[in-house]
Design a protein around this ligand. Structure first.
Ligand code: SAM
Ligand code: SF4
Length: 330
């Protein structure tokens, strides 16, 4: 079967947060202190995640991205990935990481068929990286980046652009695509930073980011947008890679959204901006059968919001966005 939503959109992509914990404190994602990481019992176990992947893959989900929090801070992640990679219905297994603990595992990831890695890198300046992430890990992360390139991974760099913080680095970050065969993606900042302060606008939206890129690379040309892509991608002269812009706050790509999320607490979200719609962990722990879980998944997917604005509205005034991206899974 192919899971489809109430607008006929096929759902074939699952983003699975394996933990809410992290060894960085990127300020756009979580506060510096006072974070209450979830007790382990509240997280899905790996066995539950394997079952969950089996359920979704039998419903037509063939792409899974492992995210978090920082996936590599969860113990025995590699054993879990080994098992997950054996699911033949999953065509593409990928991972998003901050690159701190990742390097020793790269060759193993390759060996089990993980080729696509998204690496978060918001700055190419040691001090600025430290200011953004509140940890002194720049040298380590750059080392991971170089290793990923020399190992031949398909690397996407994720950079959240923040006014007065790293907007002056847009061009330097884009130049990575001249030197290396990477896709450098500039992401609009979203309000998922662990505080319930409503963010009504952003200074660096996709239009302004593109203007900035055009000012430095006048020959920049748009690449055809692949179906379901969240980024608009561009190439410019001499580039070995490309650059992309993700209008995550402006939400221009919702119309073709093929993704769902399962948070680190085992709850399903049919839109990043919406609320959790199904507690799969609870169902599993109450010994609900796979067939009944599938029926519930179909039911919530049939009530999916048209786009991120509608989803946000549906949360209601008593449930404003206040969660950290590390719990939902970015
Ligand atoms: N820890 C891993 C990492 O940073 O790559 C994976 C989890 S992180 C939540 C996944 C992605 O979400 C990162 O690329 C991060 O930049 C992005 N992200 C987190 N908070 C965000 C926010 N408020 N706005 C936009 N992107 C955000
Ligand atoms: Fe950690 Fe990733 Fe959030 Fe940064 S963006 S604090 S690395 S989960």
């Amino acid at each position: 079967m192919q899971l489809k939503d109430n607008f006929g959109r096929p759902i074939n992509y699952l983003r699975l947060a394996v933990t809410d914990r992290c060894n960085l404190r990127c300020f756009y994602c979580m506060p510096e202190e006072g974070i209450h990481f979830l007790p382990k019992e509240q997280l899905l176990t790996y066995e539950e995640m394997i079952r969950l992947a089996d359920i979704f893959s039998s419903m037509g989900v063939d792409k899974i991205r492992i995210t978090g929090g920082e996936p590599f801070v969860r113990k025995n992640l590699i054993d879990f990935l080994d098992t997950l990679a054996k699911n033949k219905q999953i065509n593409k297994l990928s991972i998003t990481t901050n690159g701190i603990l990742t390097r020793p595992y790269l060759s193993h990831l390759k060996s089990i068929g993980i080729e696509n890695i998204n690496l978060s890198l918001d700055s190419l300046n040691h001090d600025n990286f430290k200011k953004i992430t509140r940890r002194d890990e720049f040298t380590n992360v750059i080392g991971t980046f170089h290793q990923m390139i020399s190992d031949g991974f398909k690397v996407k760099i994720n950079a959240v652009i923040m006014d007065g913080i790293n907007d002056h680095e847009i061009i330097d970050l884009a130049k990575l695509a001249i030197e290396y065969p990477v896709s450098v993606r500039f992401i609009e900042e979203m309000p998922f930073n662990g505080s319930a302060v409503k963010q009504t606008s952003i200074r660096w939206n996709h239009i302004r980011i593109l203007e900035k890129l055009k000012s430095a690379f006048p020959d920049i040309a748009k690449l055809p947008t692949s179906a379901n892509s969240t980024s608009e991608n561009y190439i410019f002269d001499q580039a070995k890679g490309n650059v992309g812009i993700i209008a995550a706050f402006s939400r221009t790509f919702c119309g073709s959204c093929d993704r769902i999320r399962v948070t680190s607490t085992g709850e399903m979200r049919t839109c990043l901006y919406g609320h959790n719609v199904l507690d799969i962990k609870k169902m599993m722990r109450n010994e609900v059968s796979d067939e009944s879980i599938k029926a519930s998944i179909i039911e919530v997917v049939q009530k999916r919001a048209k786009d991120g604005f509608e989803a946000e509205k549906k949360r209601g005034i008593n449930n404003p966005i206040g969660e950290s991206m590390s719990v939902i899974g970015g």
